[in-house]
Design a protein around this ligand. Sequence first.
Ligand code: AMP
Length: 411
Amino acid sequence: MEFKDFQFHPLIAAGVKAAGYDKPTPIQVQALPSVMQGRDVMGLAQTGTGKTAVFALPILHRLMQGGRRKVRALVIAPTRELAEQIHEHITGLGSKTGLRSATIYGGVNINPQFEKLRRGVEIIVACPGRLLDHIGQGTIDLSQIEVLVLDEADHMFYIGFLPDIRRILKHLPRKRQTLLFSATMPEEIRRLARDVLNDPVTVQVGHTAPADTVSHALYPVEQHLKTSLLMKLLRHTDTESVLVFTRTKHRAKRVGEQLQKAGYRASSLQGNLSQNRRQAALDGFRDGKYQVLVATDIAARGIDVSNISHVINYDIPDTVDAYTHRIGRTGRAAKTGDAFTFITREDGETVRNIERVMGEKIERRFMEGFDYKKPAPARDREFVRPPRARAPFRSGMTIERAQRRAVHTNR
Ligand code: AMP
């Protein structure tokens, strides 16, 4: 199939050419015909598959007809970075159309957003919170929406945005085209899909990058499920030697014990150990007696094991610097080193800071077949919410300052 088969408006076909797209990707081949027909679509695809063009091109094509300066297409995304990326994609592909796209997200001054809305745009790419602010203040009119896109819906669910999404839906016309994209299908997303999609066409494409070529990934998970997820990852990943980082000494000890109990060759390394036991843990990890070593940052300083295949951040490090340190250690030691980081709802800001410094978005992954909904055990309060030292990042704080602050912790 060729791009010309989709019969885009000539100015949009020109945008495709200018973007250098030669042939449609598999998800584009599968989904574009249905989206172009105006059908609702459920797309099971990750970032990197070309999914943005699956909604961007038909939206641009549709908006070539009909009125301008009113909001006719709304894309909702979980993070500012993704919203910006989508916005850039749309403006790139639509560069010859005169159609306007604007982003709406929090953490930035709202006034320029008012101004853009006042001047008139046809496409909005928004994160839920700030969009609700605009709705509340009456500064956005969503009554003319013809197309709604929910991108990375599973990610939105994991960071707790679904109630906001449902609130936003109440302000949209019922008659519209809805496209929902998600990399995985937890039950909540199935339910959302049932509620928002009308007789949808489902398309699915597999992972584009095999796991072992990706150097790092984020795993959104509830706090109390981290140990189960860790075990599942260890079972399903080809790991030689795994260094697991926790935020506190107590957690390092406890996770080490849990792994041992489950039959893993695991040990822990934390500041409360005697020098002898510390040495034994290190030697055991170095000579392969232990496959997994659970450690705090400080205890793990100076670990020099050449065959570490994976670093798993059971708790996300407090600072970008600490993240780079943990990850860098693996990368240097074994060329194929992978780094996985478990993230919970509370970690959003730290993740954003890490991504900002790295200049790229880190892939979010979900384990297939893992029960993400299992409730927290009633007695296990410790693992429901970890003891957090001082918040390393405060809004407005520079990363350097945050890094200095984070030195004083209970590790
Ligand atoms: P996405 O999954 O939408 O984030 O797209 C991933 C990357 O693939 C982006 O950099 C797109 O510009 C690019 N892309 C999307 N569709 C095509 C295509 N048909 N040919 C080449 N590159 C594409």
